[in-house]
Design a protein around this ligand. Sequence first.
Ligand code: ADP
Ligand code: MG
Length: 633
Amino acid sequence: MSVDAQQETLQFQTEVQQLLHLMIHSLYSNKEIFLRELISNSSDACDKLRFEALGNEGLYEGDSDARIRVETDTEARTVTISDNGIGMSRDDVVDNIGTIAKSGTRQFFESMTGDQAKDARLIGQFGVGFYSAFIVADKVTLETRRAGLKPGHGVRWVSEGAGEYTLETIERPERGTTITLHLREGQDEFLEEMRLRTIITKFSDHISIPIEMRKDAGEEKDKPAETEYETVNRASALWARAKRDISDDEYKAFYKHIAHDFEDPMTWVHNQVEGRQSYTSLLYIPGRAPFDLLDRDHRHGVKLYVRRVFVMDDAEQLMPPYLRFVRGVIDSDDLPLNISRELLQHNKLIDTMRSASVKKILGLLEGIAKDDPEKYAEFWKQFGIVLKEGPAEDYANREQIAGLLRFASTHTDTDVQNVSLADYIARMKEGQEKIYYITADSFAGAKNSPHLEVFRKKGIEVLLLSDRVDEWLVSHLPEFGSKPLVSVARGELDLGALEDEEDKVETEKVEGEYKELVERMKEVLKEKVQEVRVSHRLTNSPSCLVTGEHDMAVHLQQMLKQAGHEVPKTLPSLEINPDHALIARLKDETDEARFADWSHVLIDQAMLSEGGQLEDPVAYVNRLNDLLLLISK
Ligand code: ADP
Ligand code: MG
């Protein structure tokens, strides 16, 4: 006898214990979800078997009709969910049921809010659905055998949901999994078959595997040998049905199943294509962003089917990363069933389905933006930050994606991102050729930047960009609607036709007057700046820093430095405001040491208002204090 045959007691991973505790206490008002979760696992298990059996008929063991059964036992006060899917080996059970394999566990606990509805959603997202059994059960028995293993390799797993579980090897003739829930005190409602049927129709009607329950439950209790079953769900792949036969509620229920979401989707698009290539796509935009949206490795949400047979989850080839929030299925009639992830990468059929699906989603978003701006605003709030990766990633659709982008701008001066590039262009001043923007590492930094002063004075709108991805975005979006996008903090300011003749004459005059000062400052600051010049963009601030046309923005250089990256050394230019009293005074400063102090203070201040950090903050403070003392004397 091997050790395996004996009963063995194992500890849950600590996280599982915490999770169980949280689940039982926070999901109490949603308790019927346990049935959906367990049925969903059974359905996945049947899909997996069907897929594996493609290459190995033997796995069916002579029974290829997938089914899921739900039964109750009033006397024993149990509910049993069983399936003839792939089943689990002993190792599978330990790995899948005793641990949370997914890496996001810590994030999960950090994301818990204490708000039941929100936390319930999270639980689904993390794929910890199995444990929901403990919401209604104080003891769960799971018996299983992996398809293809001998009957002697069955496994029984039992737990009361506290800290541990027991495992033992059992004889199990039939493959698949049987889960028995010993109901907690007060949960007898789940012994009523009508109640269970209602829950199944509500949550699991669209599952493509038949879910069976006893016929005439209650009457034939004493004749179990003759028990007959009937299918209680519709059991056909929802996406394969004609669109007109599918109700919104069915679409929504299906979404919740595949997206592991407890809330309704925002919208969806169902597309059945026939012709040279036949496929169906049913794609959803969730109502809310998942906690790990910003993680580019986050699992993609589109499942691949081939002629109704599930092939793979998270098929990243089906959706580009900037649309990673999309959930749904794509079912091809033409792909071979045994397609592997590697093959997906260079497959013409996949490429066609992918670009058509991307088009569908972009079209769907355009429709919302046009017809329901409020809904679009909500979409933008949830997913805009990811869509901003689009122009860099998807060159072919760049213009279309750019049309979907929304920004904050000086038009409203709030941090709400609701200005489209088309709005901006429509509001351009007469003679304005460019779309102006500023990037900063915070909204306040962008909004209050000295670079905006002349734009505010002239009433020219500037987009205020302060998301991390923005710098990346604008570097891949040189123009929109044939108007170039231009940073107001880069290069020499050229307002073109926006500048009137008078301005120009005045500028030349001032530049002459300040020539000497500029030369002196440049001499003092030569280690720190490329150039010093008289500014045309400042009205209130004494100075600002300007990056070269092709150099990295100052705040971005700082961000990279802080993250420990090598940043190529490029010097900014310092612009000074001739209308500022400090600058005017500096012109007459004859004490060279004091002149140097002023010059350094001015460049450091410009750096600070850029949101930057000083290389030598103490030197700055000392200089400033010396100067303050002079004034107060
Ligand atoms: P998820 O379904 O998101 O993976 P669950 O907690 O619901 O998370 O299930 C954990 C894992 O346990 C599943 O991924 C699967 O490997 C295994 N499992 C659960 N139920 C079954 C079942 N009925 N048949 C086979 N494997 C199962
Ligand atoms: Mg599950």
